[in-house]
Design a protein around this ligand. Structure first.
Ligand code: GDP
Ligand code: MG
Length: 174
């Protein structure tokens, strides 16, 4: 890690299909709120969270979509200079997991530098038994060097952990 005079800001982009819980995850993380009626097209854009890792003050700038992921059209500005990506799928929606690969491919095409990745298997509160199959998702995450976390934006499960994991890994790259 090199010494820096200015404070560190990390750009984190949220990726994943519509309705998987991207906005809910970031609102739970930053504002500690959850809504069952989270609207698809509001609450777009940009939230920041300050944290301190190993004594280093960091601003995590989280970029959320405005719903345009439904048309798979995020555009280059969204990806520009991203340090990290949080890839979200809905654990009750297999298609949303299958499409994580497409988001990863797009990310890798758009990225100009190494990007820290983590995958959130979200909405874990909707699955009662713990038997749901995470094996495939876990091995996929490992194969692309991404962290893997089971989350619930509704109950706050795994949320601090995944954002802290991301920020810590970005810091290690700086
Ligand atoms: P986005 O389109 O990916 O940003 O998804 P949203 O955050 O807008 O969430 C879509 C819907 O799923 C909303 O009705 C949320 O309330 C709901 N939702 C999001 N995360 C969770 C979760 O962890 N558990 C449950 N039960 N519902 C969730
Ligand atoms: Mg959203």
């Amino acid at each position: 890690m090199t010494a820096r005079s200015s404070s560190l800001t990390f750009k984190l982009v949220l990726l994943g299909d519509g309705r998987v819980g991207k906005t809910s995850l970031v609102l739970q993380y930053v504002n500690n709120v959850f809504s069952d009626k989270q609207e698809a097209t509001i609450q777009a854009a940009y939230l920041t969270k300050r944290l301190v890792i190993e004594g280093v003050p960091i601003t995590l700038a989280v970029w959320d979509t405005a719903g345009q992921e439904r048309f798979h059209a995020l555009g280059p500005i969204y990806y520009r200079d991203a340090d990290a990506a949080l890839l979200v799928y809905d654990i009750t929606n297999k298609d949303s997991f299958i499409r994580v690969r497409k988001w990863v491919n797009e990310l890798q095409q758009m990225a100009s530098k190494p990007i820290v990745m983590a995958i959130a298997a979200n909405k874990s509160d909707l699955v009662r038994s713990k038997k749901f199959d995470l094996q495939e998702a876990e091995s996929y995450a490992a194969s692309i060097g991404a962290g893997f976390f089971v989350t619930s934006a509704k109950f706050g499960t795994g949320i601090n952990e995944i954002f802290l994991h991301i920020a810590t890994r970005v810091l290690q790259l700086k």
